[in-house]
Design a protein around this ligand. Structure first.
Ligand code: SF4
Ligand code: SF4
Length: 281
């Protein structure tokens, strides 16, 4: 269990606790303001990208201090966790509103509007999160796909997530002033700032999943499709044995490799049951 499961999930998966999506948490004015600012803050995010790149040139001890400070602040304000598709499905079972918006990260890094972010709500009349998002001025985004919100039914949203998975994107869940959870996203290492910070620069702003993947050597046919999609460099291929193997210390448990496996050879295991990965977040 990650730190948030212990603090905000009473020892179960924190992102499957309906309380963490509740309207009660949204009655906090500072939280509502933070959400509004977040979705209109493309300039701030652009500056953060610059700082992230500059930090790579800094002395080691400066990097260490900066990493700890950023992680602490993000855990308070906006922290994420990788979630496999089956847990996305479980979240969609209890939220009562799902709205799709253009991803602010992709707006900054690609200059393109990619509708990979989903606001989720739990409350009467579609929930307050949906109302906050619909009230935002999104004119900072450009392009025909950018404006407004798109409401999706649960099946429709799940189908969209399966499409994102086929694109090789990693599903993540996000707090807006922890422990309130207001959204899910579909990330990749080249365009998503959270993945770049966590994986490329070693500044943790999201947890690994509560799972780790493993290959069944009896079923693996050596096609290597899994290696093509893993964004975390967790899969190696043995030419001698003609099978793939997953390093549990590198695996983030996203399950994307499983969805392309031609031998049905990959399973996700509970992270706690894998000693090499149990304490790695
Ligand atoms: S090995 Fe599979 S589950 Fe693990 S990080 Fe790579 S793609 Fe995700
Ligand atoms: S995709 Fe599946 S069958 Fe192909 S190498 Fe990876 S684990 Fe083996």
């Amino acid at each position: 269990m990650c730190e948030f499961c212990l603090k905000h999930g009473e020892g179960s998966k924190w992102y499957l606790k309906a309380e963490n999506y509740s309207e009660d948490l949204l009655s906090d004015v500072r939280r509502r303001r933070m959400i509004e600012d977040f979705f209109t803050a493309s300039e701030d995010i652009r500056k953060q990208v610059g700082r992230l790149e500059q930090l790579q040139e800094a002395p080691r001890f400066v990097k260490g201090i900066a990493r700890r400070l950023v992680t602490r602040r993000m855990k308070r304000d906006h922290y994420g966790q990788v979630v496999p598709i089956e847990d996305v499905e479980r979240i969609f079972e209890f939220v009562n509103s799902i709205v799709r918006v253009a991803c602010i990260c992709r707006h900054v890094t690609l200059g393109a509007e990619k509708r990979y972010c989903y606001g989720v709500s739990l409350g009467p009349n579609g929930g307050r999160m949906a109302r906050i998002l619909s009230g935002l001025d999104t004119s900072f985004l450009n392009g025909p796909e950018a404006g407004g919100l798109e409401s999706l039914g649960k099946e429709e949203a799940l189908a969209a997530f399966r499409d994102h998975e086929r694109e090789g994107l990693c599903h993540t869940v996000w707090t807006f002033r922890t422990p309130f959870i207001g959204g899910l996203c579909n990330c990749d290492r080249s365009d998503c700032l959270a993945m770049r910070a966590t994986v490329t620069h070693g500044i943790a702003v999201m947890f690994r999943a509560e799972y780790v993947a493993a290959v069944d050597p009896e079923k693996c046919n050596g096609c290597r499709q899994c290696m093509r999609v893993c964004q975390f460099g967790a899969i190696a291929y043995s030419a001698a044995n003609r099978i793939a193997a997953i390093d549990p210390r590198r695996c983030f448990g996203c399950g994307i490799c499983r969805s392309v496996c031609t031998g049905d050879a990959i399973r996700l295991k509970d992270r706690r049951a894998v000693p090499a990965a149990a304490g790695l977040w």
